[in-house]
Design a protein around this ligand. Structure first.
Ligand code: C2O
Ligand code: CU
Length: 553
């Protein structure tokens, strides 16, 4: 039967050597990444989160968990709750209703990039079987790491002139990476004094020990701040079987692309020479790479784990080979038996993604509005009907059809806003995410969009500008059900979801600096239908502080 897990999380800053260089990281209970939570579908998690940071608030978002009936536990500062003040404890209680590979992370300021994350694995209830077989499993949580503090990154992003964060110094696999130590170069038998692992260093790679001729499930999730990644295992094929907690039609690949906010399960069969070890490599795609590969080893237990692989690490596909990225992404389709999308929509939003200026500051905007979060969480202000907490006018449902997405904007100015898209209960909503050219030069970036509180069906992708009639090619038969979808440079992505979860949900680019620069929107769904009691400390801030004293004592 369903179990209730009581978990204590103390969020704190600590010294750590994630990539062999000492840095301050955000950790939980003295661990970085935070502890892995393992539960079974149907279980309830009760997480008592204490903020042990001395000078800033915090919250944690449970990425991929839909929070049916508990929208106040979504862990988004200024959206579902007030930031938890230093010294205070917040109780997140929610049900994990569906098996899958998930993770959790900070959702305030740039705390995710500071290291506030961990894995959340939901297994099938006992007695139930996955639609695929495996003998063992591993979990890889991928992230990117900077030597510049997130405080200084944040100040740079909000400064004039603008200072970009640049590329990460290291890629981390389960919080471990090697800066300035080419692990791979060791195979050329040069001695590399800067990387001498005895195995107990905080940055020593976590090795995957396997038996020959077995099948392993490898869970892979990306919580990168910026980097789009590609993962490969030397000489081995991967079979993709799960994406964002949903089963997909299995397909075989040499490597997978994974964008921030996504998760996958792949099956690996250990059918190669058992007298060798193999590299597992993670590299950057979608931006001119300036970060060495993240590496670890697949060790056949038949030999010692300290034997270096004889073949070089897999080469990450060229960063701007977008046709290759698209080919991978288009292969992801729902497994038979997955819930199909409604055949019609009630409302369709066209959201143009642009890089902008607001009073000279560099921002990202959606339909020319750059999101700035209010001081009172939306869930509280909408539920209790108080005016003045956010812009009362909804942002636009579409953008000018003569906007040229292939060129820098003629007028790059945008405005700051905190307005909300309001949906009625059970409305079927389509979102066409339209990518565009950046402010300078001919360029357009990748943006992985993540929706809280839901999965959506990805109905289609296309190059250029979405045109009338493009929806006749939508896949309504077996579109993948996911919570994160990428938009490719100068292209569009079409999503459909049902507004069946009363609450207020963020929908945003999962690249942390982009979100910080305003790249998101807020969806409010039938908030008057939120029946569960919202804990008072979830909304007792901003203008609701006073309201509370008046009406809620
Ligand atoms: Cu994983 Cu709103 O994010
Ligand atoms: Cu983005």
């Amino acid at each position: 039967g369903a179990v209730r897990h009581r978990i204590r999380f103390n969020v704190e800053y600590m010294y750590r050597e994630p990539d062999c260089h000492e840095h301050v990281v955000m950790g939980i209970n003295g661990q970085f990444p935070g502890p892995t939570i393992t539960a079974e579908a149907g279980d309830t998690l009760e997480i008592l989160l204490t903020n042990k940071l001395s000078t800033e608030g915090t919250v944690i978002h449970w990425h991929g968990i839909r929070q049916y009936g508990t929208p106040w536990a979504d862990g988004t500062a200024a959206i579902s709750q007030c930031a938890i003040a230093p010294g205070e404890t917040f109780n997140y209680t929610f049900t994990v209703d569906r098996p899958g590979t998930y993770f959790y992370h900070g959702h305030f300021g740039m705390q995710r990039a500071a290291g506030l994350y961990g894995s959340l694995i939901v297994n099938l209830p006992k007695g139930k079987k996955e639609p695929f077989h495996y003998d063992g499993e591993f979990n890889l949580l991928l992230s990117d790491w900077w030597h510049k503090s997130t405080h200084s990154q944040e100040v740079g992003l909000s400064s004039m002139p603008f200072r970009w964060i640049n590329e990460p110094q290291s890629l981390l696999i389960n919080g471990r990476g090697q800066y300035n130590c080419s692990l791979a170069a060791s195979l050329i038998k040069t001695s590399l004094p800067q990387c001498k692992f005895r195995g107990n260093e905080q940055c020593a790679p976590q090795i995957l020990h396997v038996d020959p001729n077995k099948t392993y499930r490898i869970r892979i999730a990306s919580t990168t701040s910026l980097a789009s990644l590609n993962l490969a295992i030397g000489d081995h094929k991967l079979v993709v079987v799960e994406a964002d907690g949903n089963y997909v039609k299995p397909f075989i690949v040499d490597d997978i692309d994974i964008y921030s906010g996504e998760s996958y399960s792949v099956l690996l069969t250990t059918n190669q020479d058992p007298k060798k070890n193999y590299w597992i490599s993670v590299g950057v795609r979608g931006r001119p790479p300036n970060t060495p590969q993240g590496l670890t080893i697949l060790n056949y237990k038949t030999i010692s784990a300290s034997v270096f692989p004889t073949s070089p690490p897999p080469i990450t596909p060229q960063w701007d080979d977008y046709n290759r990225s698209k080919a991978f992404t288009y292969k992801i389709l729902a497994l038979k038996g997955t819930e199909q999308p409604p055949q019609h929509y009630d409302r369709r939003l066209f959201l143009l993604n642009t890089q902008n200026l607001v009073d000279g500051y560099t921002k990202w905007a959606i339909n020319n509005v750059s999101l700035a979060l209010p001081t009172t969480p939306y869930l509280g202000s909408i539920r209790f009907n108080v005016n003045g907490a956010f812009d009362p006018k909804s942002p636009p449902d579409n953008f000018s059809m003569d906007y040229d997405i292939l060129k820098p904007p003629l007028n790059p100015n945008a405005k700051i806003g905190s307005g909300v898209y309001m949906f009625q209960f059970n409305q079927v909503v389509d979102v066409i995410l339209q990518n565009a050219n950046v402010m300078k030069g001919k360029n357009s970036e990748i943006h992985p969009w993540h929706l809280h509180g839901h999965d959506f069906w990805i109905l289609g992708y296309g190059d250029g500008k979405f045109k009338q009639g493009d929806d006749s090619k939508f896949n309504l038969k077996n579109p993948p059900l996911r919570n994160t979808a990428v938009i490719f440079p100068h292209g569009w992505t079409a999503l459909r979801f049902k507004a069946d979860n009363p609450g207020v949900w963020a929908f945003h680019c999962h690249i942390e600096p982009h979100l910080h620069m305003g790249m998101g929107v807020i969806f409010a769904e039938a908030v008057q239908n939120v029946t569960s009691t919202i804990p008072r400390d979830a909304f007792a801030c901003g203008i609701l502080k006073k309201f509370l004293n008046k009406e809620h004592n």
